[in-house]
Structures are given as C-alpha cells and as structure tokens.
Write a protein that binds this ligand. Structure first.
Ligand SMILES: Cc1cc2nc3c(=O)[nH]c(=O)nc-3n(C[C@H](O)[C@H](O)[C@H](O)COP(=O)(O)OP(=O)(O)OC[C@H]3O[C@@H](n4cnc5c(N)ncnc54)[C@H](O)[C@@H]3O)c2cc1C
Length: 279
C-alpha cells in the first residue's frame, strides 16, 4: 500500500508546486500591498543612493551602501517565497511568471530544433535576491586568468585576480573542504555561506574515476588546473543561501534603507549635478 501510494504522493506534491507558488507569492504581494498602505513611503524623501534591482549584484550594493548612507532599493518583485529555500525544487521554480521574468529568445531558424516554435526561454529571478533565488547555487568564481585578462583589456588593474580576491573573501562565510586563509573568508563582513553539497551520492565515483584517468583532486576556486572536485554551493545547512538571505534579510532593520517591492523602474531622471536625480 505504502509503496503504491508513494509515487502518487510524490506526483501530487510536485504537481501542486504551481498552486503553492501562486498562493505564497500572492500572500507576499497582498502583505506588501497592505503594509505599503499602512506605512506609505514618503515620496518627498531624499536618498544618497537609489539602487535599481535587488538581484545578486544589487543586494550586495544595497547592503554595502546602506552601512553609512541613505539608500532607496527598488525591486520589481517581492520577497522570495519559502519554496525558494529548498534546493531540490530549483528546476521546478523556473518559468513561473510570479517569480521569473521568463525572457524568451526570438524564434531561431537553424537552432533550437527541439524547442516549441524554436524559441528558448531564459529564466531570470524576479524577487529580492533576483536570479540567486532560481539558480543552481554552484559556488564558482571563475578562473583567475579571466580577471587578469579583464585587467589587461580594460587597462584597469583593479580587475586583476589579486585585487578582486579580498572582496570574494570579504563576502564569504566558507565552510567547504578547502579552507585556507589566502582564498577564503570565514569571519568577514559577508554572510554568503558556502558549503559542500549535502546530498551527493555519486561524488566519490566521479572523483575516483578522475583519479584513475590521472586527474588531480582540486579546489575549483583555488589556483586552478584541470581536475575533478566535489560541488560547493551557496547553502546553509542544506538550504539555499542566496543574496537575499546573505545580504538583504540581515539588514531589513536598517532605518536608512528603504525597500520598495513590486516597483519597476521605467526611467532614470538625470540632473546637471549627478547621473540620476530620481527614478
Ligand atoms: C536557472 C539558473 C541557474 C544558474 N545557476 C548558477 C550557478 O549554479 N552558479 C552561478 O554562479 N550562477 C548561476 N546562474 C547565474 C547567476 O544566478 C546570475 O548570473 C546572477 O544571479 C545574475 O545576477 P544579477 O545581479 O546580474 O541579476 P539578477 O540576480 O537577475 O538581478 C536582477 C534584479 O533586478 C530586478 N529588476 C530588473 N529590472 C528592474 C527594473 N526595471 N526595476 C526594478 N527591478 C528590476 C529583477 O527583478 C532582479 O531581482 C544561474 C542562473 C539561472 C537563471
């Protein structure tokens, strides 16, 4: 009985994800709507900075700037929903209009032949935390040479790997396998928790297969060579730790940070002193 019921229960719970996305994001929307009626934003208020979009980048920028400035943060979506924190649901939360912009490519003539109308859908998060609510949480900094190349191309040495490394360390709360002081932070200002993927049953098979083929076991974010490694992810005790959890939620109490949810910027208004007078 239990055996035959389990696939049905699994099917039922997955088929109801759409319903839960609608209910939870609807709750967030109406909660924000009534809060904004009770505590309206003073539209004559002036800010030192306006940050548009609280995605992976905007959340960090708003966090840093609001340490000692008045900051207005505009986000087209609302708070992330609880389902966002469950890593296993990541693929099921894509293409839901309440939390994903669902950008689409133009129909392609020669490619995307397996796609309906040869159109590709490009997910992008629409909520505080942006696409870090939808992504697959792999913590990958990219190769140090990429940064050095950008420094060469732009002629700006601040892009070099040695220069950006302190900022990676600063935003990290690293609990993976490869801790060393040169590459990882644990006690810095940031709370972006990085840890080993909790459930990874095939890990040793892949790493051992790599060793048999003569590849070393490496730290993907360390000084790089070709090799095999385990996955390290932005998670805290198995829950998603996106930029909302790491950089926005801990500072919601700041009085000099005003967040306007469900607010899509349509225009930047410049003045003669600065790039933007308002949005
Ligand atoms: C399915 C998927 C899986 C991925 N997996 C990984 C992974 O495993 N590891 C990894 O490192 N990267 C991954 N990525 C990529 C990574 O998530 C993105 O590169 C990163 O989140 C982009 O950050 P961003 O700040 O540029 O934009 P976003 O995080 O998308 O933020 C943009 C924000 O701005 C808001 N916004 C946009 N326009 C307006 C407007 N006019 N007014 C107000 N607000 C606005 C949006 O609602 C959004 O919240 C993945 C991405 C996707 C979609």
């Amino acid at each position: 009985m239990t055996l035959t019921m389990s696939p049905v229960l699994v099917w039922l719970s997955f088929s109801s994800i759409n319903m839960w996305v609608v209910i939870l994001s609807g709750f967030n929307f109406y909660h924000d709507y009534f809060s904004s009626k009770l505590y309206p934003v003073d539209s004559s208020e002036e800010f030192d900075f306006i940050v548009v979009g609280s995605g992976s980048a905007g959340s960090v920028v708003a966090n840093r700037l609001s340490r000692n400035n008045r900051v207005f943060l505009l986000e087209a979506g609302g708070d992330p929903i609880h389902l966002h924190t469950i890593p296993g649901l990541a693929p099921d939360l894509l293409h839901r209009p309440q939390i994903d912009w669902i950008h689409k490519s133009l129909p392609q003539k020669d490619t995307l032949k397996a796609h309906v109308e040869q159109v590709s859908r490009w997910p992008r998060g629409k909520a505080l935390g942006g696409s870090s609510n939808l992504n697959y949480m792999l913590y990958v900094r990219s190769h140090p040479l990429d940064y050095d190349n950008w420094a060469n191309i732009t002629g700006d040495p601040t892009w070099s790997y040695e220069n950006v490394l302190p900022f990676f360390k600063k935003s990290n709360d690293y609990h993976g396998h490869f801790y060393n002081e040169k590459h990882y932070g644990q006690t810095g200002y940031g709370t972006l928790r990085v840890e080993e993927l909790k459930w990874n049953p095939l890990k040793n098979c892949f790493i051992n297969a790599g060793k048999q083929m003569g590849y070393p076991y490496i730290d993907l974010n360390g000084p790089q060579s070709s090799g095999f490694c385990e996955l390290e992810v932005n998670q805290k005790n198995g829950e998603r730790c996106g930029t909302f959890q790491a950089f926005v939620r801990p500072i919601l109490h700041r009085e000099n940070l005003v967040i306007s949810r469900y607010s899509q910027a349509t225009k930047a208004i410049p003045n003669k002193y600065s790039l933007q007078e308002g949005m």
